[in-house]
Every structure is written in structure tokens, then in C-alpha cells.
Design a protein around this ligand. Structure first.
Ligand code: 5AD
Ligand code: SF4
Length: 423
């Protein structure tokens, strides 16, 4: 979501005749788009701001946008008095105000809803993989999570707006569409005639666009994985056989205290339905270890569920207490050394599962999408339908193919190696 937001901000500045520079010392405006989901990311923002202040031109404007801006509000100006602007994730379309009035201090952390999508210019020349936000905010209120505070309650964009943006991306270069939302499978838009549109409707309409060859969406909440959406994995071949559906913990007690009201059985049942609809589907998850009150037995249940589902790719984090959240006030916080230990154990198990899955791909031919060349320029990076990275030698005889059938020749935990299959 932040990558997409940054593209929109860049498009807005582009439209005003500005252009990007790689050198901070040359910049007339410096914008940090920020994430506050864990404390480490927030701290990084302020240390980075200090570095920027020391090298930037004296009259260059600088500020923060996004979730740290919303979380810090006016206190950001106290921590860093030189800042010119602090704009929350739903008010960055107000950035031009600081260009018009550079001597002011601009602060706006309102939850402005979806206004920003209408007020900012479209991204032209869509990247091959185009992100399309379809909803923002979250109503789930997991007790550890700051997102409902920073991004506000759930709002779904209108069906027509999403299809217009998707068609525009398709016509200007997109081959893959990734629908985005904090709770993407909760997408629900009711038009003026009372007709309800769900994520499955967006997928169906997008699949009809000839330029689009791959569709995916992220991130999904387990209890909102409705049957119409599961059915899409059976009927729509352009929908990739890969789904990020975070479980967070394998302990029913911890899930209860996280305010994630699903049982392990109901989670597994959804996975079974998905595998029934698309036998080769692969699942990824997010995990939090060391949530307040998590015991060794709770953690063992997390290891167990990870092994049972065989997530092929996961993100695991140490619990980080966040302001405005209920879990930060819970009394039985887990010591840092235990969190670190548990994270290392979980990571090593997840890595093993990932490597095993990657190895099962050796010898298979997969249709992959090119993401560009690596740093040396001698290799191309492709993504498989399961979102694995696959490295292929740059073709000596001709241009690289955007979509290609690639035979997998080797695998390690992080990536695959492959070669083009000649037609
Ligand atoms: N501490 C650690 N991880 C967190 N996440 C969200 N809030 C926290 C927190 N307070 C993780 C969740 C979520 C992912 C985006 O970030 O796993 O799925
Ligand atoms: Fe945060 Fe996701 Fe829970 Fe919403 S569903 S509160 S975004 S972790």
C-alpha cells in the first residue's frame, strides 16, 4: 500500500513539472512515506530525518507522510523542528499546499476517507505489475494493531473507479494486477441502485481484459474468505494459485486475546476449500511471536500449525507494543530475549518448509512474469505463479520475454534458477 501511495505522490509531483532525483542533496522536496506497524520502523523514520536534515539544501522542504505522520501528529514537529509537513495516509493529496506556502508548517492527519483517490493524478505508464487499492482501513481491531487507528475504518472504493483504474493500467502496460487493501477480501461496494459488488466481481471483470494475464490480491482476513471468492480459484485461471492469509498465531488462547475470532478448525477448513477449488494453491502467512501472555505451549502450537498448513512463504515478527492499541496495556508482556529466541525457531522452521517447496519445483515448467534485470544486468528476475523469485540468464539471442515458460533447474530457500523453454 505504501509503495502504491508513493507512486501516486510521485505522479502528483511529476504533473507539477518536478522530477525525481536519487541524490538527497539535490532535492527541492524530500518526502518520507512511513510505516508505523512496528516500533522499529517508526524509530527509523526519525533517525533518517536527522540524516536528511544534515545533507539537504537549506531551503529544501522536507516532511513525512503516512502512518507515522498520523501516529505522531504535532509531536513530530517537536521531535524534528525543521520539518515542513506532516500528512497522514489519507491526506497526502494536500501536499501541494506546502509548495504554494513553503513558509508554513502543514499538519493534516485527518481520516479523509477516499478523497485522495479522486484528487490525485493517475499513474501513467503503468508498471508491469500494477497495484490497485480497492479498500482502505480496517474494522477488525486486532488488539496489537495500530492500522485501525492510522488508516481508520474500512472503506471500499466504488466498483466503477476500481475498474477504470484497472483498465487504464491494462492499457498502459500492466500485465499483472494486484488488488490491495488492509482487509482486501472484505471489499464490499453498494452502488446507488443497491447492487452489491465484491472482490469476486472485480476479479471476474479484470480477467476479461485481454492485456491482463495474472491477478492476485493481498491481504486477506480468514473469516472473510467467502465461497464466491474461493470459487474464483476454481473458475478463473488468471487468478494466481497463491494467497496470503495471515493466521498470526496457532494458539486459540492467543488468537482470542488478539481479538481474532476464528478457530484453528475453521481456518483449516477454509484452506481445505481453497485446495479443493485449486489443488496447487499455495498459502503464505504473517506470524507474531511473543504476544503478551504467550507461553511455550502457545508458541509450540504456532510451530505446529505452520507445519500442518505448510506455508511456502511467510513474514514473522516479534510482537511490538504500539500506541493506541489494547495489547500494549496488557500486563504479561513477553521479555525481549524470549521473543528473539522464538522468532529464530519459527523462522528456521518456515525457511525449511519454503526450501522444501522450492525443491519440489525442480524439473517443472512454470509460466512466469519478468520483473526486470538483476543488478549485474546478466540475469532476469521472474516471478512464478506462486510468487517465488526465479533467476534466468539474460537471453543472448533476442529480447527478454515478459511472460515466459521457464523450466526450473535449481532451487534454494530464497529463489529458483531456470531456463527458457523453447517453443
Ligand atoms: N507487532 C508485531 N507485528 C505486527 N503486525 C501488526 N501489528 C504488529 C505489532 N504490533 C504484523 C501482523 C500483520 C503484519 C502486516 O504486521 O503480522 O499481519
Ligand atoms: Fe491490523 Fe490486519 Fe488486524 Fe486489521 S486485520 S487490525 S490491519 S492485523
Amino acid at each position: 500500500m505504501n509503495v502504491y501511495d508513493s507512486w501516486r505522490i510521485a505522479a502528483m509531483l511529476d504533473a507539477r513539472g518536478m522530477c525525481a532525483t536519487k541524490n538527497v542533496a539535490d532535492a527541492d522536496i524530500i518526502i518520507l512515506n512511513t510505516c508505523s506497524v512496528r516500533e522499529k520502523a517508526t524509530n527509523k523514520v526519525f533517525s533518517e530525518l536527522g540524516r536528511i536534515r544534515d545533507v539537504k539544501k537549506t531551503d529544501a522542504l522536507f516532511g513525512i507522510v503516512g502512518c507515522v505522520a498520523r501516529e505522531s501528529g504535532a509531536t513530530a514537529f517537536h521531535r524534528m523542528p525543521d520539518l515542513n509537513f506532516v500528512l497522514g495516509p489519507q491526506s497526502y493529496h494536500r501536499l501541494p499546499q506546502i509548495l504554494e506556502n513553503p513558509d508554513a508548517k502543514l499538519l493534516n492527519i485527518d481520516l479523509g476517507g477516499l478523497e485522495k483517490f479522486d484528487e490525485m493524478p493517475q499513474i501513467v505508464n503503468a508498471p508491469t505489475v500494477s497495484y490497485i487499492p480497492i479498500q482502505e482501513g480496517c474494522n477488525h481491531c486486532c488488539t496489537y494493531c495500530i492500522v485501525p487507528y492510522t488508516r481508520g475504518p474500512e472503506l471500499s472504493r466504488s466498483y466503477d473507479d476500481v475498474i477504470r483504474d484497472t483498465a487504464m493500467a491494462a492499457q498502459t502496460g500492466a500485465v499483472e494486477i494486484c488488488f490491495l487493501g488492509q482487509n482486501v477480501n472484505g471489499y464490499k461496494y453498494t452502488d446507488e441502485n443497491g447492487k452489491v459488488f465484491r472482490l469476486s466481481d472485480l476479479i471476474r471483470a479484470t480477467a476479461k481484459m485481454p492485456e491482463i494475464q495474472r491477478i492476485r490480491f493481498t491481504s486477506s482476513y480468514p473469516t472473510e474468505m467467502t465461497d464466491d471468492l474461493i470459487e474464483m480459484f476454481r473458475t478463473e485461471p488468471k487468478l494466481l494459485p497463491f494467497l496470503n492469509m495471515p493466521i498470526q498465531s496457532g494458539s486459540p488462547d492467543v488468537l482470542k486475546r488478539m481479538n481474532r475470532p476464528y478457530s484453528l478448525d475453521s481456518y483449516v477448513e477454509i484452506i481445505n476449500k481453497l485446495r479443493n477449488a485449486r489443488p496447487d494453491i499455495q498459502i503464505s502467512s504473517d506470524f507474531i511471536v511473543g504476544f503478551p501472555g504467550e507461553t511455550d505451549a502457545d508458541f509450540a502450537q504456532t510451530l505446529e500449525i505452520a507445519k500442518r498448513i505448510r506455508y511456502i512463504n511467510s513474514y514473522s515478527f516479534k510482537y511490538s507494543p504500539r500506541p493506541h492499541t489494547a495489547a500494549a496495556l496488557m500486563s504479561d508482556q513477553v521479555p525481549e530475549n524470549i521473543k528473539r529466541e522464538r522468532l529464530a525457531i519459527l523462522d528456521s522452521q518456515l525457511n525449511e518448509i519454503q526450501r522444501d517447496f522450492n525443491e519440489t519445483c525442480i524439473g517443472k515448467t512454470l509460466t512466469c512474469l519478468c520483473e526486470g534485470a538483476d543488478k549485474t544486468g546478466r540475469h532476469l528476475i521472474y516471478r512464478t505463479p506462486y510468487m517465488q523469485q526465479c533467476i534466468v540468464a539474460y537471453p543472448k539471442d533476442g529480447a527478454p520475454l515478459t511472460m515466459a515458460n521457464i523450466k526450473i533447474t535449481a532451487a534454494n530457500r530464497a529463489s529458483l534458477r531456470g531456463e527458457y523453454v523453447k517453443d
